[in-house]
Design a protein around this ligand. Structure first.
Ligand SMILES: Nc1ncnc2c1ncn2[C@@H]1O[C@H](COP(=O)(O)OP(=O)(O)OP(=O)(O)O)[C@@H](O)[C@H]1O
Length: 638
């Protein structure tokens, strides 16, 4: 319910759709108050003109057109909403089951879905309704539901598949949760927006199909719906008799109801689907109560290199039915050309969300609430899907922890390396082959492995192949989100050294995400530490290693083995970060901080202040500067 209210508040389209739909429902419920006549009563004169007791005139059979219109809304709405529920239920159940169980179950569901998608809709509707004729309105509902579920199943399955591979679902599977619980409690809430949008899309399809079938005389012509009104009006030659209202009113009703469903469908999609940021970003930023995309910073000093990636005031997270998770909170970050920037912090502090949001990869239910992300001066958040396709891989690429799973098991590695290059216009076979060999050399794999299938390679080698693919077009930036975490320590280190060598050779920038701070200290030029969605400290790597300032950074350092020196037992950090669904208008580390100052750290939020060149920290131990908390943002995101 909360989620729906949030959507209505955020999307004027959805709100307009909801108002129209509500008015229609009220009209249907209170029909007896709006007209004294029964819609089927034939007690009046035929073809009466509008006026007097019959504001919209009467039909060829002597029925009151206004009574037919207001009562007709009942069955039309019943068909729309019932089909919406039934078809969405079938689509969601099959889509989720296919994505969750995979294998043969998915295959069977996929075949069934494809069959229904391939069958032409209208002829199928006509045949099925002719077959079930005489069954009244419920047979129409059944027929339209049967022909209308497949698209929803396809869309929900593809989103559920993406979700199935998310870490938190995998963790639920590994921890032995029952499939039913995972599907209903873990996956379904993440798909709520999509399912709601699908419901209204299907309801729209149902209203139009019912009207079409009834108009063709294939519905239950004895019932009163806007579709049967059109059928009778047409068959009795209403236009010839100048009885325009008999045709115009049901037409208008269908158009308005269709518009309401379409607006709700688009509005929900707009809010819950982050890929639709294009063109709506400015409004979203404003809706989120945030200033539009202008830099708060002073212009860079002359001679300062322009950052390659420039993230400003980023607010991102997840719109869940229980409210928003604000996983990234007012984060600004610059990555210079050729720079290796490490992003560290405990699990769940928002590192991946920041990387995904900044590179426009955040999938539903992820949302960029506000902020800017520019790559080489180009606004990534405002790009159209086509523009994004052009810059991905070419200007920036990504390697994730489970990236090796992107390799298709039945296609040779060579072709998969070629693919990325071919998609961006490299077609000369000699060039492709030379480049593939060069890339394999770069990432330390013998070129003979180009002839292998992925299953013939070890995990480390597959991950190297993916890194080779990510480097294929020499992008300016590579985002690496725990690319080596699944590998053993020796392989991890080797790959990292190779990545670093490649970076220096090609001059690319790298954002490297991990919770292993000691690894970052070795590799990075600069390190940013995230905690509870915020960057709480940022400094050149060695400076951070030698002079960490934030108590959290110190704790994080102590929880990993030292780079050199004797082996000793390391302590974890007691306590937990605050929940990311709440406002945190004070220091987020307060509860766990050994140096906390009650009355200060739990009352005010420390501003991030530069305490040494390039070293910024947000902690009252180092500066008294207080950060103004943009409360309007916090609330707009809920
Ligand atoms: N699909 C989702 N729906 C709701 N909340 C989510 C979703 N994905 C992530 N979150 C939440 O967002 C927060 C930040 O997650 P994120 O994955 O960005 O953290 P992280 O620092 O990268 O963690 P890790 O190191 O474990 O990958 C976490 O609290 C997480 O529970």
């Amino acid at each position: 319910m909360n989620g729906l209210l949030t959507i209505l508040r955020r999307s004027p389209r959805a709100a307009a759709g909801a108002v129209i739909l509500l008015l229609m429902i009220l009209m249907a419920i209170f029909a007896p108050l709006l007209t004294p006549y029964s819609p089927t009563s034939q007690d009046f004169g035929t073809w009466l003109k509008p006026g007097g007791e019959h504001p919209l005139g009467t039909t060829a059979l002597g029925q009151d057109v206004w009574a037919q219109f207001v009562y007709g809304a009942r069955l039309t709405l019943l068909v729309g909403l019932s089909v919406g529920i039934i078809a969405t239920f079938i689509g969601a159940a099959l889509g989720l089951a296919g994505a969750y169980f995979g294998g043969k179950v998915d295959e069977a569901i996929n075949i069934l879905t494809n069959v229904f998608l391939v069958l032409p809709g209208l002829p199928l509707l006509i045949i099925a309704s002719a077959f079930l004729r005489g069954g009244g309105v419920w047979s129409i509902i059944l027929v339209i539901s049967l022909t209308g579920w497949a698209w929803g199943a396809r869309v929900i399955r593809s989103q559920a598949l993406a979700l199935r591979n998310r870490d938190f679902i995998q963790a639920a599977v590994v921890s032995g949760e029952r499939p039913g619980r995972i599907i209903f409690a873990e996956m379904l809430p993440n798909l709520a927006g999509l399912i709601a949008a699908n419901f209204f899309g299907t309801a729209l399809y149902a209203v139009l199909s019912e009207a079409g079938l009834s108009f063709l005389g294939l519905g239950d012509v004895s019932s009163v719906t806007w579709g049967t009104m059109l059928f009778w009006a047409q068959s009795r030659g209403a236009l010839m008799q100048d009885a325009w209202s008999w045709i115009a009113m049901p037409g208008l009703g269908i158009a308005l109801l269709g518009t309401a469903f379409a607006l709700l469908n688009f509005g929900i999609d707009e809010v819950t689907n982050p890929k639709i940021v294009h063109g709506t970003r400015a409004t979203r930023v404003l809706r989120a109560g945030r200033k539009p995309a202008t830099s708060p910073d002073a212009p860079p000093a002359p001679g300062t290199p322009q950052p390659l990636l420039r993230v400003r005031d980023m607010e991102a997270g997840y719109a869940t039915p229980g409210g928003s998770v604000r996983a990234v909170r007012d984060v600004s970050l610059d990555i210079a050309p050729g720079e290796f920037v490490g992003l560290a912090g405990e699990s769940g502090c928002g590192k991946s969300t920041l990387a995904f949001a900044a590179t426009r990869l955040l999938d539903a239910p992820g949302v960029v609430f506000s902020g800017e992300s520019e790559l080489d001066g180009k606004d990534l958040l405002a790009m159209s899907p086509a523009e994004l396709r052009r810059v991905r891989w070419k200007d920036y690429s990504m390697v994730f922890q489970a990236s090796m799973n992107i390799l298709n098991p039945v296609i040779k590695v060579r072709e998969q390396v070629y693919d990325a290059m071919q998609a961006h216009g490299v077609t000369d076979p000699a060039r492709l082959e030379a480049r593939a060999k060069e890339l394999f050399k770069l990432v330390g794999i013998r070129e003979s492995y180009l002839d292998s299938y992925p299953h013939q390679l070890s995990g480390g080698m597959k991950q190297r192949v993916v890194i080779a693919i990510a480097l294929a077009l020499e992008p300016k930036l590579v985002v690496m989100d725990e690319p080596t975490t699944a590998l053993d320590v020796v392989v991890q280190r080797q790959i990292l050294q190779e990545i670093d060598a490649v970076r220096r050779r090609l001059g690319i920038s790298i954002i490297f995400i991990t919770h292993d701070l000691s690894l970052l200290v070795e590799m990075s030029d600069r390190i940013a530490i995230m905690y509870a969605g915020e960057i709480i400290e940022e400094a050149p790597a060695q400076q951070l290693y030698r002079h960490p300032k934030h108590p959290y950074t110190l704790k994080l350092m102590n929880s990993f083995p030292a780079l050199d020196g004797p082996r000793e037992r390391r302590e974890g950090i007691p306590g937990r970060p605050p929940p990311l669904s709440a406002d945190i208008p004070y220091c987020p580390f307060f509860d766990r901080c050994p140096s906390r100052m009650p009355g200060k750290c739990d009352e005010f939020k420390p501003a991030s202040v530069e305490t040494a060149p390039g070293h910024r920290v947000a902690c009252f131990l180092h500066s008294d500067a207080v950060k103004e908390v943009a409360r309007e943002v916090a609330h707009a995101a809920d």
